[in-house]
Ligand binder design. Structure first.
Ligand code: SAM
Length: 280
């Protein structure tokens, strides 16, 4: 079988470098380079872009991104054991891979990247969700990224693309769909990973919209939606009691019945409510 580059197969890389998977770092590796190249293709045309990759591990997706033509990849990896492997990949793609050993929640990647920038990652799910929310809620829009191509637990992916009135609809759906176009582009069974996780996975591709679909302050919207869905079975007038003293009036001004539940409220209505709450 042909490989995507002249580097050794990933199973050999892992054996040679003693990269036993660590649960504490959420390490479930992708070893099939045809699969990682396919995921890289979901990120769109990379030839004119810098790519930020979080959690490259032994570099399967990194190699996919480079072989698919990324102008430059900046890879941030917490596990220092992966750095020699990433240096070998960097040597095979001169000047195109920069690897940083650090925590993606703390490193600011922007000084190392030139726009346009796309993001790609197969990350532990908790870190992925936290980064996704951060990437979706900067004060200024458009953000630093053009698109995000991210692996999630299938269940989380479904929450990102969920429609109102469904069980999965919540904060992730609203924040994702407010400022981006979000689609599930691939499904992966546990066996695609080494070691296999307990659940199915999916790749979500989000494209940044030039402008949010509806006007709202990101912080206020995020706070209102978090409160509304924290007690999703309660009527909104009760769930949002702590948000503003006259919350019933504000709900009505936003065109929302105070007796409704969060699940039934559209993105447009939540943005209207965030504007009402922001009036102070
Ligand atoms: N991308 C590789 C692949 O597809 O085979 C590895 C995926 S593995 C699910 C997640 C990777 O993220 C691991 O290499 C882990 O060490 C790294 N990681 C975990 N937490 C991290 C963090 N906070 N910042 C950067 N990397 C992290």
């Amino acid at each position: 079988m042909s490989t995507i580059d002249d580097l050794p197969p990933l199973a050999k890389v892992i054996a040679d470098h003693g990269l036993s998977a660590r649960k504490s770092l959420g390490q479930n590796f992708l070893l099939d380079l045809n699969l990682t190249a396919k995921i890289a293709r979901q990120a769109g045309d990379l030839s004119e872009c810098d790519v930020l990759e979080i959690g490259p591990g032994p570099g399967g997706l990194t190699r996919g991104l480079l072989s698919e033509g990324a102008r430059k990849v900046l890879a941030i990896e917490k596990d220092i054991r992966c750095m020699p492997v990433l240096e070998e990949i960097a040597a095979a793609y001169p000047g195109r891979l920069e690897a940083i050993n650090g925590d993606a929640l703390e490193v600011n990647p922007l000084a190392h990247l030139t726009p346009p920038i796309r993001v790609a990652a197969n990350l532990p799910y908790n870190v992925g969700t936290e980064l996704l929310v951060r990437w979706l809620t900067p004060k200024q829009w458009p953000p630093f990224w053009q698109s995000l191509t991210l692996m999630f637990q299938r269940e989380v992916a479904e929450r990102i693309v969920a429609a109102p009135g469904t069980k999965k609809y919540g904060r992730l759906a609203i924040l994702s769909q407010w400022r981006a176009e979000a689609r599930i582009v691939m499904n992966l069974p546990p066996e695609a990973f080494t070691p296999p996780p307990k659940v199915n996975s999916a790749v979500v591709h989000l494209t940044a919209l030039p402008e949010p679909r509806f006007e709202a302050d990101a912080k206020v919207l995020s706070r209102v939606v978090a409160s509304a869905f924290n007690q999703r079975r309660k009527m909104l007038r009760a769930a949002l009691k702590g948000t503003a003293p006259d919350i019933e009036d504000r709900l009505l001004a936003a065109g929302i019945k105070p007796t409704e539940r969060a699940e039934q409220v559209s993105l447009e209505q939540f943005c209207a409510l965030a504007r009402e709450v922001a009036k102070g």
